[in-house]
Design a protein around this ligand. Structure first.
Ligand code: GTP
Length: 596
């Protein structure tokens, strides 16, 4: 295909501003998907994506569009919107010449609108600002067109207005894409260089790798090479998605398509890597490649211990499809055999857990999530702690914790509440800007551990739903952290230990001991529950003794009824875990670990 008729673009937006819906309309309008095959969020192929209405993996589709009698070939790359998947967004952007910056006309600019815009600008993309959902009665197109124009320069009149729902304005938008975005440029005769912007595992076809060719070309049967690892693979199939996979004779400069090599693990074909050919290899990769870095760690345990092998196989399978997922076996005195798993963020954790449970019929317990701490011992040895049970006891020279640069956008009436929240989370104010008369951008540097769990929910409630948040990793800092242990009758329960800031240790101890007192049933003897930092007890509760006489209910007489009751009690015992002499019901562990 002649690069002059190619336009590569992506749609970037804050979550729920309507990317997938707009993409659906484009597929329909251009006849790529027939009316009868149309289903909402056509490109979101995973069940979880459809149910939750979110995009997790990027997708690319080729769509035809005619302007002034010339048939153009547009490649649309759909990108994930959630902050956990920012790396995939940035790789998708690097595969395009232009981006549609989509903003909900009833909401205006939000934190991820900005974050994505900055990523697009870093990649030198041409930006087309578009207001979406103008069919909504609450839409304020004039106000937000002005806001957008202020943000990226240009005139408010030039901001397109569309509705992904009704299809209004979508044709004009397609015309604009052809007219405004530059065609791709590259060296057609040079060594091949193609950037991987997505890689998915398919049960039938193995790994399907989505690429954008920058220079040269790729053809079927050719031997390709991954530039980061120098690994070579045979190209079994090459093609384009329109939107079903369609084999082609090859891909040239500016083209977007997929490669199939028969490899079984997405790690052999990683997002951000450069593909070249074995016979005429390029010398320089396209750059930008980086390994996905897990930010949040949690233990995953099967509810039923005999499911451990099922969980192990399930993780192994999932790993083929998720280059960001890392895990290692772990044992807990309380929960048995399980795995410590690293995630990009809490959403990634939730989705992974849901997929494991659903696709493999597992019931899982996940322990309280942790960030990764860097602990330097007095003998200069550095250890990375992702689990409170690995926290060294004594002889610590320094602990460092990961930090983030956070951007919060909200109407200015909430500035006070937001600053109060950030301050209480050990945040340092970085700066503040007004995007319009009543909308502020506030920047804070915060410890990751303080924002990754409940921060967003609290922010939402303090700003009545109007606040939005985006953050990215920003180095680390020395922190005054301690490990709080929870003891039942003097016996430490590893699953309840936590690493917290010294100022918050007491609050954690009181909260956890109080919670356990509610959750653990009375035993035949008194059970003290204590929270401790090292040997120092910082909080205590106790469960009073009781003699549980189930037979007392049966007023003598009926022997079969008595037997039934005893059976039932035995049943119940199976679901108990012993901590020393204390019986703790499984439910107590789950309840204590799941609710903040
Ligand atoms: P992510 O993929 O999670 O980033 O979300 P998204 O940006 O793709 O949003 P999506 O297309 O799923 O739309 C979010 C919600 O807005 C859905 O309930 C849509 O039905 C609705 N919506 C999208 N476009 C329009 C529109 O033009 N008008 C109206 N009224 N609703 C819309």
């Amino acid at each position: 295909t002649d690069p002059a008729i190619i336009r590569n673009f992506c749609i970037i937006a804050h979550i729920d501003h309507g990317k997938s819906t707009l993409a659906d309309r484009m597929l329909q309008l251009t006849g790529v998907v027939q009316q009868r095959d149309m289903k909402a969020q056509y490109l979101d192929r995973m069940d979880i994506e459809r149910e939750r209405g979110i995009t997790i993996k990027s997708q690319a589709v080729r769509i035809p569009w005619e302007v002034d009698g010339t048939a153009y070939c547009l490649n649309m790359i759909d990108t994930p919107g959630h902050v956990d998947f920012t790396y995939e967004v940035s790789r998708s952007l690097a595969a395009c010449e232009g981006a549609i910056l989509l903003v909900d006309a009833a909401q205006g600019i939000e934190a991820q609108t900005l974050a994505n815009l900055y990523l697009a600008m870093e990649n030198n993309l041409t930006i087309i600002p578009v207001l979406n959902k103008i069919d909504l009665p609450a839409a304020q197109p004039e106000k937000y067109a002005l806001e957008l124009a202020n943000l990226i320069g240009g005139k408010p009149e030039d901001v397109l207005q569309v509705s992904g729902k009704t299809g209004m304005g979508v044709e004009a938008l397609l015309d604009q894409i052809v007219r405004e975005l530059p065609p791709p440029v590259g060296d057609a005769n040079g060594p091949a260089r193609a950037m991987i912007f997505d890689s998915v595992y398919d049960t039938y076809r193995g790994v399907v790798t989505y690429v954008r060719v920058i220079d040269g070309s790729l053809s079927p049967r050719e031997k390709i090479q991954m530039m980061s690892t120098r690994a070579t693979h045979e190209l079994l199939e090459i093609g384009v998605s329109s939107p079903e996979p369609t084999p082609s004779k090859g891909l040239g400069v500016g083209e977007v398509g997929y490669l199939i090599t028969g490899v079984k693990d997405v790690r052999q074909s990683k997002v951000g890597d450069t593909v070249t050919t074995f016979n005429k290899p390029a010398t320089e990769s396209l750059g930008g490649y980086q390994d996905a870095k897990p930010m949040v760690f949690s233990g995953l345990y099967p509810m039923d211990g005999t499911d451990y092998p099922v969980l192990r196989d399930a993780l192994e399978k999932l790993m083929l499809n998720d280059a960001a997922l890392i895990y290692e076996p772990e044992t807990s005195a309380a929960l048995g055999f399980g795995f410590r798993v690293g995630f990009l963020g809490l959403l990634h954790l939730e989705i992974t857990r849901e997929r494991l449970e659903r696709e493999h019929n597992l019931d899982l317990i996940s322990t309280a999530p942790n960030v990764e701490y860097q602990v330097t011992l007095e003998d200069k040895k550095v250890i990375h702690v992702t689990n409170p049970s690995e926290y060294p006891s004594g002889k610590i020279a320094e602990v460092r914790e990961p930090m983030v640069a956070a951007t919060i956008l909200a109407p200015n009436e909430f500035v006070g509440a937001i600053m109060e929240l950030c301050q209480s989370r050990r945040g340092i104010l970085g700066g503040m800007d007004y995007l319009s008369e009543d909308r502020v951008e506030i920047r804070y540097r915060l410890p990751l551990a303080e924002i990754v769990f409940d921060f967003f929910d609290i922010l939402k409630s303090k700003t009545r739903g109007y606040g939005s948040l985006d953050w990215k990793a920003d180095g680390d800092q020395v922190a005054d952290l301690v490990k709080v242990d929870i003891l039942l009758q003097g016996e430490q329960v590893d699953a309840f230990s936590a690493i917290t800031h010294r100022d918050k240790a007491y609050a954690y101890g009181v909260m956890m001991t109080g919670k356990l007192r509610e959750l653990i049933p009375r035993q035949q003897f008194e059970v003290p529950i204590q929270a401790a930092i090292g040997a120092r007890i910082i909080a205590r509760e106790s469960i009073r003794a009781i003699r549980k006489d189930v037979l007392a209910k049966c007023y003598g007489g009926d022997i079969s009824r008595k037997r039934k009751l005893l059976e039932k009690q035995k049943e119940g015992k199976k679901r108990m875990k012993m901590v020393g002499r204390v019986e703790v019901p499984q439910e107590a562990f789950i309840a204590a670990l799941t609710t903040g």
